[in-house]
Design a protein around this ligand. Structure first.
Ligand SMILES: [Zn+2]
Length: 234
């Protein structure tokens, strides 16, 4: 039997039970175990972990844990791991998907995603997984991911904006809320037959989704979007 001590810093404590937060945790284990495996056995998913130190020296999550090791695990700092940010959301996050698309962010989402399907999709497509399911985040194919702490979709949006520093990257009226395709400006005369009488009368600027045909104008989601932007900037 071997023993190692784990110290989780900052927001990594969100994954620990109350009586284990903010204190060294002793782990006993047999055989060859990576730091990653032991950290995840304590409930902390690897995509949330940044810098790793063992006995005061820089190390890596893939390192094999030695008897007597003292491992300090830092959370990943805020910021986006690649540019532009691209997300994949698990099947319970429809509303958060709409909010993020409303702000112009590329978000893959299907309400029939299986865990296996998500894992396979991440292998071929570099995206940040957003989920509340930490077991899903622990899958090997997940490189970039974030576990949403809140159940409330507005709060979740604020979490994502903060964690990936998105506030300065917002581009409203850029992406279709229904299908994620980038929108294009369209001349009113091209779509006038499809507009309701009041929309026809009061609005002159329109965007069209070339993939699914949805039309957008400043009346449709504009107020909701303006509120979101205010919340984010606040
Ligand atoms: Zn569309």
């Amino acid at each position: 039997m071997s023993t190692a001590t784990f110290i989780f810093l900052g927001r990594l404590n969100d994954f620990l039970p109350r009586d284990r937060k903010d204190q060294p945790i002793e782990v006993t284990f047999r055989g060859r175990q990576s730091l990653k495996h032991l950290a995840e056995s304590l409930g902390v998913p690897h995509p949330e972990i940044g810098r790793v130190e063992v006995n005061g020296l820089n190390s890596a999550l893939s390192a094999i844990t030695q008897n007597g090791d003292r491992a300090t695990l830092h959370p990943l700092p805020d910021g986006c791991p690649f540019d532009p940010p691209r997300f994949l959301l698990d099947c319970h996050l429809g509303r958060l998907t709409s909010y993020l698309r409303m702000l112009g962010f590329d978000c893959l989402y299907r309400n029939d995603y299986t865990d296996k399907g998500i894992a396979a999709s991440l292998e071929s497509d570099k995206r940040i997984l957003l989920t509340r399911d930490r077991r899903l985040l622990m899958r090997k194919s997940v490189v970039y991911g974030y576990c949403l702490r809140s159940l409330n979709s507005r709060q979740q949006l604020l979490e994502v904006v903060r964690r990936f520093e998105l506030a300065g990257r917002v581009t409203p009226f850029h992406r279709c809320l229904r299908c994620n395709h980038p929108l294009e400006p369209v001349d009113k005369s091209m779509i006038i037959d499809r507009l309701e009488p009041l929309t026809k009368r009061y609005f002159d600027e329109f965007h069209l989704c070339p993939a699914c045909g949805q039309i957008y104008w400043k009346g449709s989601h504009y107020e909701q979007m303006t509120k979101l932007l205010e919340e984010i900037r606040g």
